[in-house]
Design a protein. Sequence first.
Length: 108
Amino acid sequence: MQSRRRGKVAMPEVPPLRLLQVHLQLAFISAPNKVARMTLANFPELQRLSRPARLKIAAELWDSAASDALPVPASHKTLLRDRRAAYDRGETRTLTMAELKRSIRRRK
């Protein structure tokens, strides 16, 4: 691990995601009800990172959140199964991409 000098003390380089994890842990310990209001403004170290570095962290956070899969209710599974069966039987109307885009534009 590299270090950078800060004054007379050599500080080790900390990977940005690890730095964010530490900040989040400290924030949660000190004020659990304020964690939901955290913004980039609260993390000056992250603000100084390059755009690609911030995007990499955002992707890692997204991936970690996505891995915390929520259970799918049985009613949702049943609805999807019924809709797929209706589609397979040819009982549903489908749209081309152009039709879908026109439909969405009309709603705006």
